[in-house]
Design a protein. Structure first.
Length: 200
């Protein structure tokens, strides 16, 4: 099975058939898809300017989509390297029990679904790398009361998500499943009730 870099080379290779180049970009999402496969594909297509069902997109647009994905992947891989080093140091210092961020991180290792969007048509608008930087910054500070990606304050608890965990607080503005560790207990409580935290 081809790895991400090998697939990326095929996307860039002008000697490859256009259908193979498009297919290779889709296959990259099996390796790294922050919003989930379908939502990440929809995001990349809209940002690069071709339709999700377009079978012969402009090769330059395919490469633009790949470059956005690669930048986001670099951001996430750097975070995972830092995370691994931190856990190694914590274990060395005798802290064996992982925290809530570690529990969440275990479900998203490799970057799949780190900012899960259950509805593939509703996802953040900005560059993937910026979204991941905001998410990582939120994971590294005290829990807050709003979406770490868009700042939205309307978080609703949804069940039956096509993800693990299958329920949690979803931002009604940008569509992401907000990682529980970035929200305060009060914000989680309000999300479960479907109330705005600011209205209390």
């Amino acid at each position: 099975m081809a790895g991400f870099r090998s697939l990326a080379r095929q996307v860039r290779d002008p000697g490859c058939d256009l259908a193979l180049r498009r297919y290779s970009l889709r296959k990259c999402l099996e390796k790294f898809a922050p919003y989930g496969h379908r939502a990440t594909w929809d995001h990349l297509c809209s940002r690069a300017g071709f339709g999700p069902e377009d079978r012969s997109p402009d090769p330059a647009r395919l490469v633009a989509a790949l470059e956005e994905l690669e930048e986001a992947r670099s951001v996430w891989l750097a975070y995972e390297t830092d995370f691994t080093e931190r856990r190694r140091k914590e274990k060395h210092d005798g802290l064996r029990r992982p925290g809530s961020v570690d529990d969440w991180h275990r479900l998203t290792w490799g970057g799949f679904g780190v900012a899960w969007c259950d509805d593939p048509r509703i996802h953040p608008d900005g560059p993937l790398a910026d979204v991941l930087r905001r998410l990582i910054a939120a994971l590294e500070r005290e829990p807050g009361s709003c979406c770490p990606v868009c700042g939205g304050e309307r978080l609703l608890w949804k069940y039956g998500l096509d993800h693990a965990p299958s329920s949690g607080p979803v931002c009604t503005d940008c569509g992401i499943l907000v990682p529980r560790p970035v929200l305060s207990p009060r914000a989680l409580q309000y999300a479960r009730r479907g109330q705005l935290l600011m209205s209390a």
